[in-house]
Design a protein around this ligand. Structure first.
Ligand code: 0A1
Ligand code: ZN
Length: 880
């Protein structure tokens, strides 16, 4: 909770720390009513600091200082000053040992930052600024220290005591307590510190590094979850091998631990050798976990493991550089997942997320560059821009350099900066130095916010056999950035003729092959291709080679052509989306004029041929059969009419189902998997196609479809199929079956918290009227808990973020509901409260009636006393 309006912190004000911490020794005495932390810090003045007489100012929040001494001499009250967020000692020697004893109450910490309790276990979350809730410290990433940590607790309740590094000593005390001492030889910032104490069990495996060193791998869970660790363990081993093969990065300690906790604000955390995971990102077994869940576990395990190099060995100088570790690591985990499964499907999924959530962020009140220039609360900057757009920026660099030079660049970066806290600029510089290229203009991707618009026009001159592409780029203003300079946009492209891609002769140059990357660097630019024997259909932004909104005036026939002929899977999918957008927009316009909307028969024909195309990956078939999502339709419109989007989409889906009923039945029947469940690309593809077909067929309200869904719900051996059937029954008009499956599902899975979350979520996203009241009722369900972020996300987050027709119900009750929850969560868990605000912050995009109601709720939140800095920042920026 803040006393005054939170301060804005600026990148331009960065200064090196006045002091460095050479050694950190921590002693934790954990107790039920209070815990005591004794921190012994070896400090010295930073020779690089400008003021060599500066006072020592340590960060600290919600701490009770018991004693403080310097070089063994206790300080008196007059020697220091404690405020709500700092401890200041005016006079200190140039080099000294500071010892602070502080008292904290982890059992009362609902913010889930610092040391807190999740169920019966103690755990920590220190990124970004949680360590200051544990002890007074220089809690900034450019202060790196070696740590030794001793944890002492009751032996019966907390038999497992963990921290970073190696277990170097342990012992029993005579009062039923025991202790374990850990030593982490690698220097690290405080945000990578971790501690766990609990009654946990583990599964163990081993990995031998390329250099021949043995690494013990352990996953610690509550005993009931021991049967759900195998997938995370194999994902970890695959990640370790992949990082050696692809980046030449080996693991550097003899132990790597993962701990699963129920109460966690994010997905997981890369603490050195002691990763802490949200249970939702580590536990998996076929009966309880969907295919998407399995893939998420694989991706998050890889992400956290890859941070050992991109984040831990080389870390960030300050939090403005967050994307240095996050963008790079997301790029690394995306490539890993692409290698483990289907590359095109992974790309399509990532681009969908970017185009809906990130583009929306980039066009809204919280828009910020990949390297932000200011913030009030750093927790608000763990965003899709830092992560996903940051990854796209790294992807562009990798593509510009090519695989060999990019590897040289990453080798140089890791080599040059090992053990340092550095900047995005250092990353780009390493790439330039390794590849000998100039990325001056490219750097604007780090400093300018907003999604560039790229408008392309193509003109074919039959007589000259030339084809010219004229490209114009423009980036809309974002908060604090009115004018933008042109970006360097690498556009991968091809020109398709009737019989395949045409050879590319840009500006009469020699044949550059069938695909090339053109560098768009100016506001307006023309690229002329010669020896073009026929009028081509251009294939633009292949593989989504840059995070831009590209427009080209494709006819529907062009789109149909790209859908069935392009060799680039991403373009085929994208063409299907563009066709879907055109069809839906036409229907929306008709609905708004009070006319009868119709579905362009060419869409149906296209879907029919996709369903019949044996050459296509089944997962791609499923993806291409999905109309653009409501979220995407919302993102690309300016004056959003939620109900028209929903109605048009629903009608289009129904029409597709009616007209392709036979083909959909075939897809359903032909893709029934009889082998043992595997989260393999092949099986996932089959289930995805089968369940897409089932969802269409259920729209027909036939007994035959209901029977298929019920059969699947009752007999499937895996959660993907059970949940797919559950979802379609919930959204149908079959009241009796609905009640039956709701009850059965809960009874069967009530002891599996993560499955109960799925049960909450399925109900929250249900499009039938009355869902808001139902969701409100579920908040008093015994399994719901406002203190558990996963529950909040499953019920409140899913309702407000993924159920547009119900959240935007016309009387504004959805908005009031969300504002009430944010107000309640503001004092319990500011990070979760702030993240929930998302749907309200987009208020300016909606048609007038909704807009005013949404704004009024933001104003109501703003008027609350005691707003956290997290919520204050987002609400105040949204109201500007
Ligand atoms: N560094 C983690 C994400 C993370 C960030 C903040 C957290 O608490 C506020 C927790 C986790 C990652 O990228 O996985
Ligand atoms: Zn990360």
């Amino acid at each position: 909770m803040r006393d005054a309006q939170p301060k804005t912190i600026f990148l331009k004000d960065y200064q090196v720390p006045d002091f460095l911490i050479e050694k950190t020794d921590l002693y934790f005495s954990l107790d039920e009513d209070k815990s005591v932390v004794t921190a012994t810090l070896s400090l010295r003045r930073n020779p690089a600091a400008t003021d060599q007489t500066a006072a020592l100012v340590l960060h600290g929040q919600e701490l009770v200082l018991l004693t403080v001494s310097i070089d063994g001499q206790a300080l008196s009250d007059a020697d220091y000053h404690c405020s709500s967020d700092s401890l200041t000692i005016q006079k200190v020697p140039d080099s000294f040992v500071l010892q602070c004893m502080t008292e904290i109450k982890p059992q009362e910490n609902t913010s889930l930052e610092g040391l807190y309790k999740s169920n019966t276990m103690y755990c920590t979350q220190c990124e970004a600024e949680g360590f200051r809730k544990i002890t007074y410290y220089l809690d900034r990433p450019d202060v790196m220290s070696v740590f030794t940590t001793t944890v002492e607790a009751d032996k019966e309740r907390y038999p497992v005591l963990l921290s970073n590094g190696n277990n170097v000593a342990s012992g029993d005390k005579d009062n039923g307590r025991h202790w374990v001492k850990w030593d982490d030889p690698f220097k690290k910032p405080a945000y990578l510190f971790a501690l766990v104490a609990g009654d946990l069990e583990y599964t163990e495996d081993h990995f031998t590094t390329q250099s021949g060193d043995d690494v013990t791998l352990r996953i610690f869970v509550e005993p009931k979850d021991l049967d759900k660790c195998a997938h995370a363990m194999s994902s970890l081993i695959n990640s370790m091998r992949w990082d050696e093969d692809v980046y030449g990065r080996e693991y550097d300690l003899s132990i790597f631990n993962i701990v699963a906790v129920d109460d966690f604000n994010m997905g997981a955390m890369e603490n050195k050798s002691l990763n802490i995971f949200n249970t939702s990102c580590v536990l998996a077994k076929p009966e309880t976990t969907t295919d998407a869940g399995f893939q998420r576990v694989e991706g998050v395990v890889a992400h956290e493991y890859f941070h050992n190099w991109s984040g831990n060995r080389v870390t960030c100088r300050d939090w403005f550089q967050l994307s240095l570790k996050e963008g790079f690591t997301v790029y690394r985990d995306a490539e890993f997942s692409a290698d483990m499964g289907s590359r095109t499907v992974k790309r399509v999924e990532d681009v969908s997320l970017l185009r809906t959530v990130q583009f929306a962020e980039d066009g809204g009140p919280m828009a910020h560059p990949v390297r932000p220039e200011s913030f009030m609360e750093i927790s608000n900057f763990y965003t899709v821009t830092i992560y996903e757009k940051g990854a796209e920026v790294v992807r562009m660099i990798a593509n510009l350099l090519g695989p060999e030079d990019f590897r040289k660049g990453t080798d140089l970066y890791f080599d040059r900066h090992d053990g340092q806290a550095v900047t995005c600029e250092d990353f780009v510089k390493a790439m330039e130095d390794a590849a000998g290229i100039d990325l001056t203009q490219f750097r604007r991707w780090y400093s300018q916010a907003g999604t560039p618009r790229v408008a392309v026009e193509g003109v074919y001159d039959a007589a000259a056999q030339s084809y010219s592409l004229t490209v114009e780029q423009h980036c809309p203003a974002t908060p604090g950035q009115e004018q933008k300079q042109p970006f360097h946009i690498p556009m991968a492209m091809a020109l398709l003729g009737q019989d395949g891609a045409l050879p590319l002769h840009l500006d009469n140059t020699a044949n550059a092959g069938l695909e090339m990357v053109v560098d768009i660097t100016q506001a307006r630019q023309t690229f002329v291709f010669n020896q073009v024997k026929e009028k081509p259909v251009p294939s633009l932004l292949r593989g989504f080679s840059a995070p831009v909104k590209l427009s080209f005036d494709y006819s529907r026939d062009d789109l149909l052509f790209l859908m069935s002929n392009d060799s680039d899977g991403f373009i085929r999918w994208d063409a299907s989306q563009q066709l879907g957008v055109q069809v839906l927009n036409e229907m929306i316009a008709a609905l708004q004029k009070g006319e009868e909307p119709t579905v362009d028969p060419r869409l149906i024909t296209a879907y029919r041929s996709i369903l019949q195309d044996e050459s296509l990956d089944k997962a791609m078939v499923a993806l291409m059969l999905k109309l653009p999502s409501e979220a995407y339709m919302t993102e690309i419109s300016d004056d959003v009419d939620v109900h028209a989007i929903y109605n048009a989409r629903t009608l289009a889906r129904l029409t597709i189902a009616k007209q392709l009923e036979q083909e959909l039945w075939q897809a359903l029947r032909n893709n029934h998997c009889t082998e043992e469940y595997q989260p393999s690309a092949l099986q996932i593809a089959q289930r995805s196609l089968k369940n897409t077909a089932l969802a269409y067929l259920m729209l027909l309200d036939t007994q035959e479809a209901l029977d298929a869904a019920v059969e699947q719900f009752d007999h499937a051996n895996n959660m993907t199929d059970v949940l797919a059937a559950f979802n379609v029954i919930l959204n149908s008009g079959f009241g009796m079956q609905k009640q039956r499956v709701l009850k059965l599902f809960y009874e069967r899975w009530q002891h599996e918290s993560l499955v109960v979350n799925q049960w909450f979520m399925a109900q929250a996203v249900c499009s039938v009227p009355g869902t808001l009241e139902h969701v409100k009722g579920l908040m008093s369900h015994p399994a719901f808990d406002l203190k558990n972020p996963n529950k909040v996300r499953a019920l409140i987050g899913a309702f407000c973020g993924q159920n547009a027709v119900n959240f935007h119900q016309r009387d504004g009750a959805g908005y009031r509901f969300l504002a009430d929850q944010i107000i309640a969560l503001n004092s319990l868990n500011p990070q979760v409260a702030s993240r929930l605000l998302g749907p309200l912050t987009k208020w300016k995009k909606y048609s007038e009636a909704s807009r005013l109601l949404m704004k009024a709720e933001l104003e109501r939140i703003m008027a609350e006393p005691g707003l956290s800095s997290d919520v204050f920042e987002v609400v105040s920026k949204s109201l500007k």
